[in-house]
Design a protein. Structure first.
Length: 78
């Protein structure tokens, strides 16, 4: 059975290298759950970066519109 990817890997490049290493092993059993978890971590990291970047590039008017929409969604949850 192949080694599992350590949860200590935070850098997307290290995670990608670990995935490639696992996928190129001969007679390796592929663990879909591990791959899914790793890909989710990578997507989450990209989402965090994208949100911060969009706030830096948005105008004050756009930020206000987004804040109003978020507040309305929070209050309408009930």
């Amino acid at each position: 059975m192949p080694k599992r990817i350590s949860s200590k890997l935070k850098d997307p490049n290290q995670i990608a290298a670990a995935i490639v290493e696992l996928s190129t092993l001969e007679n390796a059993e592929f663990d879909i759950a591990t791959l899914s978890r790793v890909m989710a971590e990578m997507g989450r990291k990209g989402g965090k970066i994208g949100g911060k970047r969009s706030l830096e590039t948005m105008s004050p008017v756009d930020r206000k519109k987004r804040a109003k929409k978020a507040a309305k969604a929070r209050w309408n949850k009930k």
